[in-house]
Design a protein around this ligand. Sequence first.
Ligand SMILES: Nc1ncnc2c1ncn2[C@@H]1O[C@H](COP(=O)(O)OP(=O)(O)OP(=O)(O)O)[C@@H](O)[C@H]1O
Ligand SMILES: Nc1nc2c(c(=O)[nH]1)N=C(CO)CN2
Length: 165
Amino acid sequence: MNTAYIALGSNIAEREDFLKSAIDMLEEHSEIQVTEKSSVYETAPVGYTDQSDFLNMVVEVTTSLQPLQMLDHCQSIEAELGRERLVKWGPRTIDLDILLYNHENMEAERLVIPHPHMHERAFVMVPLAELAPEVILPQINLSVEEILRGLPAEEVESMRIWGKI
Ligand SMILES: Nc1ncnc2c1ncn2[C@@H]1O[C@H](COP(=O)(O)OP(=O)(O)OP(=O)(O)O)[C@@H](O)[C@H]1O
Ligand SMILES: Nc1nc2c(c(=O)[nH]1)N=C(CO)CN2
C-alpha cells in the first residue's frame, strides 16, 4: 500500500464544486482511498498572475496504484471536469498535481516526484503542512514545516482559509 499527497487547485467558475467533484472521483476509484483532507485556501495566482484567485487544498491518499497509474487517473479527472490547457499556468477548472509518493524520487518523461515546484509554493506547502508537517522531502532533505518556515512570510500570510470540504 502506498501513501501519496495530491495538490488540488481550481480558479474557474464553481471552484469549490470542482474540488469536491475531483475528490469524489478520486474516491470512486476502487484502488484509491482519500484518508485526509486539508482546509481549502483562497490564494492569489502565482507565476501567471493575470487570472482569478484559486481555491487550493491537499489530500492524502492510500493506494495500490503505481505513480503513473495515479497520474493517468488524475488526468482523466481533469479531462472529465473540462480542464483546457490554453496558457501555461493559466486558468483551470481543476488541477491535480502529485506532490509525494511514499518517499520516492521519480524522474520520468510524464512524471517527476516530488513535484518539482512544490517546495517553492505557499499554496501547496501551507495545506500540506496541515497533513504532514514532519514529512521529509527527498533530495531537499528538509521537512515540510522546515520548508514552509523558509517561504516568504507575506506569501504564507496572504493565504486565506476558505473552509473545509
Ligand atoms: N508530479 C506531477 N504531478 C502532475 N503532473 C506532472 C507531475 N510531474 C510531471 N507532470 C506532468 O506535467 C504536465 C503538465 O501538467 P499541468 O499542465 O497540470 O501543469 P501545471 O499544474 O499547470 O503546472 P505545474 O506542474 O508547474 O504545477 C502533465 O502532462 C504531466 O505529465
Ligand atoms: N495560487 C495559485 N497559483 C497557481 C496555481 C495554483 O494552484 N494556485 N497553479 C499554477 C500552476 O499549477 C500556477 N499558479
